[in-house]
Design a protein around this ligand. Structure first.
Ligand SMILES: Cc1ncc(C[n+]2csc(CCOP(=O)(O)OP(=O)(O)O)c2C)c(N)n1
Ligand SMILES: [Mg+2]
Length: 439
């Protein structure tokens, strides 16, 4: 580079710095006004943080910061405190919400029992979290892409996943969309824009953020990503990666934490010391944050509408924390009475239960009919029981499929394993229930 060009470049850079300096001074003055209670010192402008300088040393204690308030629309008696917050949903929509919550709850009870009877290998119920699922799903568009953890079956119910699809998946039979490759409740549906559940906790979180990043690159994007995860899963390193990438890459993703108070037997007070998961959003990651009563279907609905609008308008993430209580055991492999009292469970299973809150709201509206509710539950029970009888008779997929469908082209080591298994089965035909598998 010639001497002249170099000098011009240096001069331009210096002029740029002057401009920056003016901006810094301007912002300093502005901020001094904001922090007028502090000594009138400089406002720091480190690349890593902008904040006022103070001359008083202070250990910033967690208790100095007020917890993020919990947005609620409906109280436990089904009354709306502030009428401006009533989403004014029509009777049909509210009835669908109620029926879907009942369906989920009824199906859960039967499938849980069917595991106890040894008919399926495993099950996880959604008791107590029905409003988080239905309220959030109702506020979304079908084109929005869902990444779940495993306890979000209500989102699928809302989107139209059928009873036979749930039950075929739990039985891992030929009609299971996952071809019997997953444990029960690890649902997935391409048609319903619901990415298949994956057991290792939090792996869905960076994936969801990546998907949101890809979405915002599309011209005229009008869809967002919603990633559900538990407060326990939020302790995984992947959760940090997801939060930070979502913030720094400005991804249109709603990071929906279902804080149900427990990660198997670990209560949330042993899981974290901060202000839940919402507390990490604004200060920790610089992400807009909403915290709601997850047992109030209208609070979840309103908040989710707002979150969706924001992520699409701003191309930025939202941290969404829905507080509820896991009324059921963690899974069929758990007995939660070993670590919590039945009295505590009972409160959340009655007055605080999301279905009873919505029911009371409907009673006030004159939209509730007890006989209709009983008949609906009966009808769902009948359908589920009938479907179990059908699903358990269906064949399992051909065992060879176990090796297929992951890679576009089967890699050499899988070809080898498939061949070895074929030889093994041929040699020990009598030791395997081959008649139960599709040939
Ligand atoms: C990486 C990883 N570690 C541990 C587990 C075992 N595990 C399965 S569920 C679970 C608790 C998760 O709790 P939370 O995220 O709060 O979800 P919840 O079950 O309450 O809905 C644990 C530890 C796992 N599946 N994956
Ligand atoms: Mg939990």
């Amino acid at each position: 580079m010639s001497f002249l060009r170099k000098s011009v470049k240096l001069l331009n850079a210096a002029a740029g710095r002057q401009q920056n300096l003016k901006a810094i001074v301007g912002s300093t003055l502005r901020h001094q006004r904001t922090y007028s209670s502090e000594p009138p010192n400089d406002y720091a402008n480190f690349p890593g943080a902008k904040a006022p300088f103070v001359s008083k040393l202070k250990l910033n204690m967690p208790e100095d910061y007020a917890p993020i308030p919990i947005y609620r629309v409906m109280d436990r008696d089904g009354f709306i405190a502030d009428e401006t917050q009533d989403p004014q949903l029509g009777r049909e929509v509210v009835e669908k919400m109620f029926r879907d919550m009942l369906l989920l709850n009824t199906m859960d009870k039967i499938l849980y029992e069917s595991q106890r009877q040894g008919r399926i290998s495993f099950y996880m119920t959604n008791f107590g979290e029905e409003a988080s699922h239905i309220g959030s799903a109702a506020a979304l568009e079908m084109r929005d892409l869902i990444y779940g953890q495993y306890r979000e079956a209500g989102v699928l119910v809302w989107r139209g996943f059928r009873i036979d699809q749930f039950i075929d998946q739990c039985y891992g039979n030929v009609d299971d969309l996952g071809r019997g490759k997953q444990m029960p409740v690890h649902y997935g549906s391409r048609e319903l824009n619901f990415v298949t559940i994956s057991s290792p906790l939090s792996t869905q979180m960076p994936q969801a953020v990546g998907a949101a990043y890809a979405m915002k690159m599309r011209p005229n994007n009008d869809a967002c990503v919603v990633c559900y995860f538990g407060e326990g899963a939020a302790s995984e390193g992947d959760a940090h990666a997801a939060f930070n990438f979502a913030a720094t890459l400005n991804c249109p993703v709603i990071l929906f934490c279902r804080n149900n108070g427990f990660a198997i037997s670990t209560p949330s007070h042993e899981q974290y010391r901060g202000d839940g998961i919402a507390g990490r959003g604004p200060m920790g990651y610089g992400i807009a944050t909403i915290r709601v009563d997850g047992t109030d279907v209208f609070a979840v609905y309103n908040a989710m509408k707002e979150a969706r609008e924001y992520v699409l308008r701003e191309n930025k993430p939202v941290v969404f924390e829905a507080l509820a209580y896991r009324v059921g055991h963690h899974s069929t492999s758990d007995d939660s009475t070993a670590y919590r009292s039945t009295e505590e469970i009972e409160v959340w299973n009655s007055v605080e239960h999301p279905i009873s809150k919505l029911k009371r709201y409907m009673v006030h509206k004159g939209w509730f009919d007890e006989a209709e509710e009983t008949a609906y539950i009966k009808e769902v029970r009948k359908k589920v029981l009938k479907q179990i009888a059908v699903s358990e008779k269906k064949l399992k997929p051909n065992w060879k499929e176990m090796f297929e469908g992951v890679y576009a082209e089967m890699p050499e080591h899988l070809v080898e394993q498939q061949r070895e298994l074929q030889e093994h089965i041929e040699a020990h035909k009598d030791s395997y229930p081959l008649k139960d598998f599709k040939q």
